[in-house]
Design a protein around this ligand. Structure first.
Ligand code: HEC
Ligand code: HEC
Ligand code: HEC
Ligand code: HEC
Ligand code: HEC
Length: 300
């Protein structure tokens, strides 16, 4: 984890992630939320919205592990390192809430203060207030279907919603978007842009779950994408063809169970207790574990 974070910081500092910026920057959390408003998607995509809103990525800022990790990074790095300041919390926010590229540096500083308040404040009311403000920030439909839809291949075009298919209708004209295909969205590299280091970081310096996916899975001839495993219903009958936006992870018991095939063969035997001089009934277990996940387990 440590080399990974250092690699990320280096990559972010030299700004190798290409990013366009709007002329007007958001000065408050509410302004930023409004720029990337997704309430207008709900009417037509309620199922996707319901799945996403309780997902890990739908809570990519207020996850208690994330808040504590950021608090530590602010206190031990940003506040200590003379070349850094709290405005550099963008290093972390970039993947957790990509919309941050349209925030003023002062807003980033304010977010850092809210993180500290949410984790450390003695007043429960203040912690609750900070968490509530921060919960407005997350990885939403437009983070993926606009901002990051083309990954490192290029900038998103202004006013374009990207999806995995070529569609002939223009369903998003009413909300001011053209709809285009981004083939990347159906590839593992789409996920890897956040779940791995940027291409500028040498492969050996960034051992992640994605490294093990490429080396231990693809190179053994398997073909499934991250999406195939993480965005399909476990009993695949339910929503044939649809991509589930719960983004199944280890929190989902059924999904976690699919990670391992456990074969147990048991045979009764006896065990000799040498001190007491008697037989004790016992069982011999032969256990066969198969890892079905597309990468090492566990990770983190
Ligand atoms: C390149 C994208 C990216 C950047 C930049 C990034 N993160 Fe993350 N972060 C992730 C992803 C992806 C996960 C989920 C990883 C998983 O569950 O395997 C995550 C999960 C976490 C978690 C919770 C799980 C864990 O592993 O403990 C913490 C804490 C965290 N990040 C802190 C940070 C901090 C602190 C920074 C800034 C120094 C940062 N992140 C920058 C992508 C990023
Ligand atoms: C007025 C209804 C409507 C609204 C509002 C709407 N959509 Fe859609 N969207 C559709 C329909 C209908 C389709 C399917 C088009 C087809 O299959 O030809 C679609 C398809 C999509 C696709 C898939 C495209 C593909 O390549 O398969 C994505 C992604 C998408 N919408 C995202 C969004 C997001 C994000 C929002 C909010 C910013 C949104 N939509 C708002 C009606 C809507
Ligand atoms: C973490 C990134 C991510 C987020 C967040 C996200 N999507 Fe998607 N979405 C994808 C990917 C990737 C695909 C295509 C999967 C494939 O083709 O392999 C997809 C496919 C779709 C599709 C077309 C396929 C289908 O199942 O109908 C629609 C519609 C869609 N998303 C709507 C939304 C809406 C609405 C939201 C917000 C509530 C949203 N997405 C949030 C990554 C995301
Ligand atoms: C814009 C960056 C980004 C993209 C693109 C992205 N993720 Fe994530 N993902 C994250 C972050 C950040 C987290 C950590 C959130 C947290 O811990 O609260 C995360 C968490 C997850 C988790 C939950 C992990 C856990 O430990 O519970 C899964 C599963 C996941 N992502 C799968 C995917 C898949 C599959 C794709 C591609 C379809 C994808 N992600 C694309 C940033 C991203
Ligand atoms: C063959 C199916 C399969 C493929 C392919 C796959 N995963 Fe997983 N993944 C799983 C299973 C099952 C788990 C739950 C077990 C675990 O936590 O390791 C999991 C767990 C995860 C987690 C949570 C890890 C943790 O320990 O918190 C993340 C994040 C993740 N996968 C991301 C990805 C990404 C990104 C890709 C593509 C590069 C990918 N996965 C490819 C099946 C798959």
């Amino acid at each position: 984890m440590i080399p990974y974070i250092i690699a990320l910081i280096m990559a972010s500092l030299i700004s190798l992630i290409p990013q366009s910026s709007r002329a007007e920057k958001a000065k408050t959390i509410d302004e930023l939320v409004k720029m990337y408003d997704i309430t207008r998607c709900i009417g037509c995509h309620r199922d996707k919205y319901e799945e996403w809103k309780d997902s890990t990525m739908g809570n990519s800022v207020v996850d208690p592990r994330v808040l504590r990790g950021w608090r530590t990074f602010i206190r031990l790095e940003l506040d200590q390192e003379p070349t850094l300041s709290r405005k550099d919390l963008t290093i972390c926010l970039n993947c957790h809430v990509p919309q941050i590229k349209d925030a003023t540096p002062e807003l980033v500083e304010h977010i850092a203060e809210l993180v500290i308040m949410a984790v450390e404040d003695k007043d429960e009311g203040k912690r609750e207030y900070a968490r509530k403000e921060l919960s407005k920030l997350n990885l939403n439909c437009l983070s993926c279907h606009h901002l990051r839809a083309r990954g490192f291949e290029g900038e998103p075009e202004e006013g374009v919603l990207y999806g995995p298919r070529e569609i002939t209708s223009s369903p998003h004209e009413g909300i001011g978007f053209k709809t285009k295909r981004s083939a990347l969205m159906s590839k593992s590299d789409f996920c890897a842009q956040c779940h791995h280091c940027p291409p500028s970081v040498p492969w050996e310096q960034c051992p992640t779950l994605y490294t093990s996916y490429v080396e231990g899975f693809l190179e053994k001839g398997r073909k499934e994408t991250c999406q195939d495993c993480h965005m399909r219903d476990v009993d695949r009958s339910k929503k044939s063809g649809g991509w589930n936006h719960r983004f199944y992870g280890p929190d989902d018991i059924e999904f976690l169970k699919s990670a391992i095939t456990l074969n147990v063969r048991a045979r009764p035997t006896r065990y000799i207790d040498m001190y007491e001089g008697r037989f004790i009934p016992a069982v011999v277990l032969e256990v066969e574990l198969t890892n079905n996940a597309g990468h090492v387990m566990p990770h983190g």
